[in-house]
Design a protein around this ligand. Structure first.
Ligand SMILES: *Cc1c(COP(=O)(O)O)cnc(C)c1O
Length: 358
């Protein structure tokens, strides 16, 4: 346990948490079927709608589950046999949307892409007959932030129902539901929000609310979340403590402004990338978000070994990759309670590891 809590953490979920969040986590979990807790949930909804610039009449659903459940619930509730889903598949999370569509018998186009952030949407032109477009705004497995301006415009132009998993870029990179023509947005507690895992939120535009299927599941039936959510409640016991932590965090973000939150992440990401420029590591993606840096060794070193050594020798946790990229890349997140001082711990360790002076 000591070793578990003593690590310096730089992973894209969970991320370093704020003191205020930790304090709430240490409290007795309160009862929730009352006006006091309803007020908390309604204020969370209001602040999320504000931060995402959701259209008037949009709603937020609070699901007690990790982000993948949010992805699956959106597909189940909002797509049906009449849909043809164009899934942008740039890595692990794009593939997950493909798998979800397959399991739920949704006709899906597996649009595999590489080395593009889709500023140029011409590769999508052949799939104009799709009725829905599914994308992970930041494909976390390869550190690529897609151009939501371009993708959103493409979706709108072709009247596609636009589903965006913004889990790993929410509040660290720019996101605007109206500007990006997003109908359903998925976010989660344990990335940029820097809360414990276990809470996912789905933001639905008025068009998405219209499109909800009649109930064919129990736990993730959006209609029951909408109905109970109108009075600040959820159909089942929510992740009460995480909602309290979310409430505190959202108040802070709205008070400070979302721009300052984005700028903070950008500043830390830039600081890190510049500090390590002379080490034998280079960015793996040309379109990295503020949320994360993805690196590949330029010498013979295996990325998987760097991850292991940082843990064992420096007590620092960075994220390994799975599959074909296991030995090629590792990832450093800049989300959450990051400061330059905290980032220095990793930078200094990397310099020491390579026997260089900073
Ligand atoms: C982290 C993440 C998810 C959610 O993964 P869970 O393990 O279910 O929390 C979904 N999409 C993206 C892009 C992510 O980075």
């Amino acid at each position: 346990m000591y070793r578990l809590v003593n690590n310096y953490i730089f992973t894209p979920g969970p991320v370093k948490m704020f003191e205020e969040t930790l304090k709430i986590g240490a409290m007795q979990t309160p009862y929730f079927r009352n006006d006091a807790f309803s007020k908390i949930t309604l204020e969370c909804e209001e602040n999320i709608l504000k931060i995402t610039n959701a259209a008037c009449g949009s709603r937020v659903l609070f699901l007690t589950a990790s982000g993948t459940a949010g992805m699956e619930a959106v597909v189940q509730n909002l797509l049906d046999g009449n849909d043809k889903a164009l899934v942008i598949n740039g890595g692990t999370f794009g593939q997950r949307f493909v798998d979800i569509c397959k399991i739920h018998a949704i006709d899906a186009i597996d649009c595999k892409i590489k080395d593009t952030n889709l500023t140029n949407t011409s590769t999508l032109e052949t799939h104009k007959n799709a009725t829905a477009l599914l994308i992970n705004a930041h494909e976390t497995s390869i550190g690529t932030l897609y151009d939501l301006d371009a993708v959103g415009a493409f979706a709108k132009e072709n009247n596609m129902f636009h589903i965006v998993d913004a889990i790993s870029m929410f509040i660290t990179d720019r996101l605007d539901m109206q500007k990006h023509h997003i109908d359903a947005l998925i976010i989660s507690s344990h990335k940029g929000l820097a809360l414990p895992p276990g809470l996912s939120m789905v933001v639905l535009s008025p068009r998405a609310i219209e499109k909800i299927n009649p109930m064919h599941q129990l736990y993730f039936d959006f209609n029951s979340y909408l109905k109970d959510g109108a009075r600040g409640q959820t159909p089942f016991t929510p992740a009460i403590t995480i909602i309290l932590q979310l409430h505190q965090r959202l108040e802070q973000i709205v008070n400070d402004s979302i721009e300052s939150e984005i700028n903070k992440a950008k500043e830390i990401a830039t600081y890190f990338r510049e500090a390590i420029r002379d080490l034998p590591l280079k960015p793996y993606s040309f379109h990295m978000p503020n949320a994360m840096t993805i690196l590949t060794p330029t010498d013979e070193k295996l990325a998987s070994l760097i991850v292991k050594d940082l843990d064992e020798k420096y007590n620092i946790i960075v994220a390994p990759n799975g599959g074909a990229l296991h030995d090629k890349v590792f990832r450093v997140a800049h989300m959450g309670a990051m400061t330059k001082e905290y980032t220095d711990i990793l930078i200094d360790a990397l310099f020491d590891y390579y026997g260089r002076r900073r």
